[in-house]
Design a binder for this molecule. Structure first.
Ligand code: ATP
Length: 451
């Protein structure tokens, strides 16, 4: 059953003029190509919720790629087509993109009869979507421009603020939807419908998630960890047992919540520094989530998620190290130790920023947090001025000792013993060249200060 609401007014009042024009152009090209075009997905949902969303997704009843080509020819855009999936992306000169898909055409063969029955319908296509609120569609052809097609009760569920699947096998068919349900529920401030919740529990019991590749689960998790409200979403995943599916030892208790709150603050602090080096929020939160796992568990999760090398370095290699450093820092804080800058550098410089932000979140003592912040805001950027050529000009032979010399120069600079280029050269003259003369060795460096 379809309800015929018309979104003309929404389109005219809520969308930027450019998007309005784009929708009309898509309709015109569809008319000229003899196909029907529909706006689908999050764009329609958010238009009805009056929330900003400029991800334009279009489904064509017919050949989406041919449509994209026709559109691109008229509007001087490029396209990128994926023949295998019948999808294309229209790319405008300024980078704005429109996704185009083809409504799957299904052929029902009747034995010994010609021709085949072709049912290229948007309705069938939408049946594969995750939740009713994502099945809402707006027609773009001129004769129906702006008309909402609601085959599965999406408008009712938007009104009731409820997340419902279309059929009972939805989570079995695609268990990533378990995570998506929680994401939409939390993001939109909706609730998961009762039957849908029951279906989620049974899909979890059946361990369906382990049958999907970890890559797709990580992808959904990344989305959740990038949302504005993370703790409530994780609490919900925890209630459904969706965290323990990643590893049964994951605990989401009051301490974890506190850590997540602290991590949110640490990330905000870092982002306000505008260092030009973004931090991967999701990776900080993933670190928080996995920090009670033994190394073998971290390795297993890393493999299942197929983390990239740099991500794996943070989770599998750095996490155990930074936990050890945390213990050491706690001891030193108790003893009122005052580390020199070069010592802070020595502690922190091998870690990725995500590990340091995690450390910031874990450290409860203000003084300890200052150590990390001093490193991140200042020390990290310190550099020695002279280079290898200068050392050669001073009469030294290139070799591994150069590294040691630079380390010492940096330590001196961090601790305020060296400031100018001339200071550096003096230091080399005094500590390397004169030591050389004395010991007759190639280079021996006065072992202080250490970095
Ligand atoms: P967001 O605003 O976060 O991008 P969205 O609704 O646009 O939310 P996407 O993840 O970009 O969500 O997906 C686009 C559309 O594709 C969704 O509206 C949904 O209908 C459909 N979709 C995505 N993933 C699935 C899935 N696993 N199963 C069924 N439908 C899906």
């Amino acid at each position: 059953q379809t309800r015929r609401k018309n979104l003309d007014r929404y389109i005219a009042t809520q969308l930027p003029p450019r998007v309005r024009t784009l929708l009309q152009q898509l309709g015109t090209v569809a008319d000229q190509s003899g196909v029907r075009a529909y706006l689908v997905g999050g764009f329609v949902r958010d238009l009805l919720l009056r929330q900003k969303n400029l991800d334009v997704d279009v489904v064509i009843e017919g050949d989406g790629i041919a449509f994209a080509k026709a559109f691109a020819a008229k509007a001087s855009c490029r396209i990128r087509a994926h023949d295998k999936f019948g999808t294309a992306v229209i790319i405008f000169p300024d980078g704005f993109k429109v996704d185009v898909a083809s409504a799957r055409i299904e052929y029902y063969d009747r034995p010994a009869t010609l021709p085949q029955v072709e049912d290229a319908s948007i309705r069938h296509d939408l049946y594969r979507r995750d939740f009713t609120i994502n099945t809402l569609t707006v027609a773009l052809n001129a004769d129906h421009f702006g008309v909402v097609l609601d085959f599965y009760g999406g408008q009712r569920d938007l009104r009731d603020k409820s997340i419902r699947v279309l059929h009972n096998l939805s989570f079995i068919e695609d268990p990533t939807r378990l995570y998506r349900a929680v994401r939409f529920e939390q993001r939109l401030n909706f609730h998961i419908g009762r039957q849908t919740e029951r279906l989620m529990h049974s899909a979890v019991e059946l361990k369906m998630v382990r049958k999907v590749g970890g890559v797709r689960i990580l992808n959904e998790l990344k989305h959740i960890l990038s949302e504005a409200q993370i703790v409530p979403a994780l609490e919900r995943l925890n209630q459904f047992g969706l965290l323990q599916i990643i590893d049964p030892r994951i605990v989401f208790d009051a301490d974890t919540k506190k850590l997540f709150k602290a991590a949110e603050q640490a990330i905000s602090w870092y982002e306000l520094l505008y260092t030009g080096m973004p931090c991967r929020r999701w990776l900080v939160f993933l670190t928080c989530l996995l920090d009670r796992l033994p190394v073998s568990g971290l390795r297993k999760v890393g493999r299942w998620f197929a983390l990239r090398l740099d991500e794996k370095a943070v989770i599998v290699d750095e996490l155990p190290q930074i936990i050890r450093l945390h213990r050491k820092m706690s001891r030193l804080l108790r003893r009122q130790h005052q580390p020199a800058n070069s010592e802070l550098y020595h502690w922190f410089s091998s870690f990725a920023i995500e590990s340091l932000i995690y450390q910031m979140a874990r450290t409860e003592q203000e003084r300890g947090r200052q150590w990390i912040s001093r490193y991140v805001t200042d020390l990290r950027r310190e550099q020695v001025i002279i280079d290898g050529h200068d050392l050669v000009r001073l009469g030294l032979t290139p070799g591994p000792e150069f590294q040691t010399i630079f380390r010492h120069l940096l330590a001196g600079r961090l601790d305020g013993l060296i400031t100018t280029r001339a200071d550096e050269i003096d230091w080399v003259r005094q500590h390397v060249l004169s030591a050389d003369r004395q010991s007759d060795h190639n280079t021996s460096v006065d072992p202080k200060p250490q970095v």
